[in-house]
Design a protein around this ligand. Structure first.
Ligand code: ADP
Length: 742
């Protein structure tokens, strides 16, 4: 059965192997066992219930809490060629009737519903009539009061399942791993002897950086300038700060949106959509933003302020890199972030117990920010997970920047604070150290201290930054209140006694995160155009990972295109030609020779047949027919065991002109020509007549031949430069094929 699952993975999703955990989870579900899967965001939960849905008899009912996500989720699987639908309050009653009819007639394999739907009697009655093979519960932690998104209607799932005539397999998925939540999922959903899978919480593709004592605004502007074409989220602690950062980016001409609770609902929806549909690259937001964002190509998350606790932080950075590509998460810390968070806690709740808990969590994230060991290890330990030790992918493991010994300067600051005899605010300390003539300072006779004016070489701004960095590293204590003041602590004393050194790193240099080539940009533009025509987010057409692979491997035939990760058969049929055309044109313009080594490999029960995703067809069709879901089967694309170029060659042999073939097969002339090339590459020769009608006429042929006399036929570009502009690369290629192939 698991071999069939692998076939489906390849055929529909275009992936060659399962990710960690997926295979075992799918296997259990297919064996009929209730399953709980705890996987981090981006771990690939959907495939774990969608593949069983395709292989099991009957329908899979997916319970999902977010109406806003359902459309995208369903659009995504429909793009793969799977018959799916959703029912929620955004549909009219007419639309719902049509979907229910399809369900009754066995035309759907997957149906998404919101949990509230399970309370409708008519829905329950209908569900009792149809064959539900699996109930998959997404975001299953919503059933638990301990989770952060408790939803009362999740409590009805248990009763709903009980009311069905035949108990389906129940699978539950979440990214929330605490013990209480896990237990609640099992008991409150009434799972029967479930197999529980807990996947590692680590997101290896995320680089975790914490930067202290830097100028946040300068850093951000530099970062965004270097990475302006990538998608990123910038989280701030308050609406006011979000507005300020947004204005700063907007006024510099960046493509940016914002999202916080101070905006109207419609404004928020429009801004969120602009981000998801790649219309703006940057989103500046408070923690109100992010639930219901499935966008896989978010390349970075910057926390402009320290968030309130580790849970929120990990959830927010988890939105980066869902597609598995390398992504960066950068927390920009300054001591004033602590004041902001304390203020938010103070005004946020009157409940003393909650307040204490929130303060405790705040202290934990402060410890995280100040810790000197591996940041990933800190987080994993926090979530009760074993960590393999240093990750070499966080700012503590990769000490970026040069280490500088700042002990002497630190001692100057600390001894000044010591001599000032009572605590003062940071500005007064700066004034003393820089020898200011400030009246209050003189009145207090602070100019008589031995430390007066000993740090004149520092600018006011730089000295403030230095003191903030000392505080951020706990060499000084900041005491909040209406007028925050600075005090010494035990660590300060150690430094003053020269028992501890103060060593800082130079601030991280901003580098471009991803360097994409021109072809990637061309393919991205094509994807945006296709997505706009279909009204879906661009990532639903192809993910960045697929485009990246296309732009470095240059697939120029359908077979090669199918070898790209994330290209399944339906998408290849639907979009292959347009992407291939773009790739061919790029390779020709840049004189790129394409050589291909196939990567995808499918193991079938009868052994493995390399490079052919087609051999899974029979198995799957058999299964579907067994299930008597003929309509579903009809919609499943039929695949030819014959290679695509062989069809073209047979048509040529049957005296069809190349133009005719292009029309009849609904493919581009470029593709027809590439079929001939492939045929030749396999060692064949054109020992039969080829009618080039539809590609070029005699006049074009003469002009191209004239150019070839001058520059030869080995490269297309020099020929193109010598012929009139209206003559295309396809035509040149055609003339060469006609006159120079053996
Ligand atoms: P989750 O729901 O766990 O956050 P998703 O199901 O949205 O994650 O999957 C995240 C991304 O990973 C999607 O773009 C998905 O297509 C991709 N993905 C899932 N499984 C695989 C796989 N086996 N190989 C490659 N990519 C995968």
């Amino acid at each position: 059965m698991i071999n069939k699952a692998l076939e489906v993975l390849n055929k529909y999703y275009g992936y060659s192997s399962f990710r960690k955990g997926q295979e075992k989870i799918i296997e259990e579900i297919l064996n009929g066992r209730d399953t709980v899967a705890i996987m981090p965001t981006g771990g690939g939960k959907s495939i774990c219930y969608q593949i069983p849905a395709l292989l099991l008899e009957g329908v899979t009912l997916v319970i999902s809490p977010l109406i806003s996500l359902m459309k995208d989720q369903v659009d995504s699987i429909k793009e793969l060629g799977v018959e799916a639908a959703y029912i929620n309050s955004s549909l009219s009653s007419n639309e719902i009737v049509i979907i229910l009819d399809k369900l009754k007639n066995g035309q759907l394999k997957i149906i998404y519903v919101a949990p509230e739907r399970l309370e409708s009697n008519s829905f329950i009655t209908l569900m009792r009539e149809i064959n539900i093979s699996q109930v998959a519960i997404d975001e299953a932690h919503c059933v638990s009061q301990w989770g952060h998104d408790f939803r009362t209607s999740y409590r009805n799932i248990k009763g709903f399942i009980k009311s069905l005539n035949k108990r389906p397999i129940v699978s539950a998925f979440t990214a929330t791993a605490t013990e209480e939540v896990r237990e609640d999922i099992v008991t409150l959903l009434n799972l029967k002897n479930p197999k529980v899978f807990i996947q590692g919480f680590d997101r290896e593709n995320l680089k975790i950086d914490v930067l202290k004592g830097i100028n946040k605004k300068d850093f951000l502007l530099n970062y965004v300038r270097e990475n302006s074409e990538l998608s990123g989220i910038i989280y701030t602690a308050t609406r006011n700060e979000a507005d300020k950062v947004y204005e700063a980016l907007l006024s510099r001409g960046y493509s940016v949106g914002r999202y916080h609770a101070g905006l109207s609902e419609s404004e928020r929806t429009v801004n969120q959509e602009a981000f998801v549909y790649d219309k703006v690259n940057l989103m500046v937001a408070t923690n109100a933003f992010g639930m219901g964002i499935d966008k896989p190509n978010i390349r970075y998350v910057i926390h402009y302020n320290m968030p309130k606790n580790i849970e929120s932080y990990y959830q927010e950075i988890g939105r980066a890199g869902r597609d598995g590509e390398k992504s960066e998460c950068i927390l920009l810390f300054s001591p004033s972030d602590v004041h902001t968070q304390k203020y938010i806690i103070d005004v946020g709740t009157n409940n003393p117990e909650r307040k204490i808990n929130e303060y405790k969590k705040l202290k934990q994230i402060m410890d995280f920010v100040h810790c000197n060991s591996c940041l990933r290890e800190y987080i994993l330990t926090y979530f009760g997970e074993e960590s393999p030790g240093e990750c070499n992918n966080c700012s503590n493991c990769n000490l970026e920047g040069e280490l500088i010994d700042k002990t002497i300067d630190a001692q100057k600051v600390l001894s000044c604070v010591y001599r000032m005899s009572r605590p003062y605010g940071v500005n007064m300390i700066i004034d003393v150290l820089r020898g200011s003539q400030n009246k209050k300072l003189l009145d207090l006779r602070l100019n008589e201290l031995s430390t007066y004016g000993i740090m004149k070489s520092y600018s006011k701004e730089n000295l403030k930054e230095f003191i903030n960095t000392l505080t951020a590293h706990s060499f000084l204590e900041s005491v909040e209140g209406e007028y925050p003041v600075i005090k010494l602590n035990q660590k300060s004393i150690e430094v003053l006694k020269s028992k501890e050194k103060v060593i800082f790193k130079e601030p991280k240099k901003v580098e471009r995160l991803v360097v994409n080539n021109d072809l990637f940009e061309n393919l991205r533009a094509l994807r945006t155009q296709l997505a706009a025509a279909e009204g879906v987010p661009p990532y639903i057409i192809f993910g960045d990972t697929s485009l990246k692979e296309m732009s470095t491997r240059y697939p120029i035939t359908m077979e090669q295109f199918l070898d790209i990760s994330g290209v399944g058969e339906v998408k290849a049929n639907k979009y292959g030609e347009q992407f291939i055309k773009e790739i061919i044109s790029y390779t020709e313009k840049n004189n790129i020779e394409v050589s291909w080594n196939f990567k995808k490999d499918i193991k079938t029960p009868s052994g493995s047949k390399k490079n052919s995703p087609y051999n899974s067809e029979e198995a799957l069709v058999d299964k579907v027919q067994d299930n008597k879901t003929e309509d579903f089967n009809k919609k499943t694309p039929k695949l030819n065991k014959e290679k695509s170029f062989e069809i073209t060659i047979n048509m040529i042999k049957n005296n069809k002109s190349l133009g005719q073939i292009a029309v009849e097969r609904e493919i581009a002339v470029t593709t027809v020509l590439s079929h001939i090339t492939e045929f030749l590459k396999e060692g064949n020769s054109l020992d039969f007549p080829v009618d080039f009608t539809g590609v070029f006429d005699e006049q074009v042929e003469a002009l191209v031949m004239e150019a070839i006399k001058e520059v030869g036929a080995s490269k297309l570009k020099p020929i193109k430069e010598r012929v009139p502009e209206h003559i295309t690369y396809d035509q040149i290629k055609g003339v060469i094929l006609k006159n120079f192939s053996e």
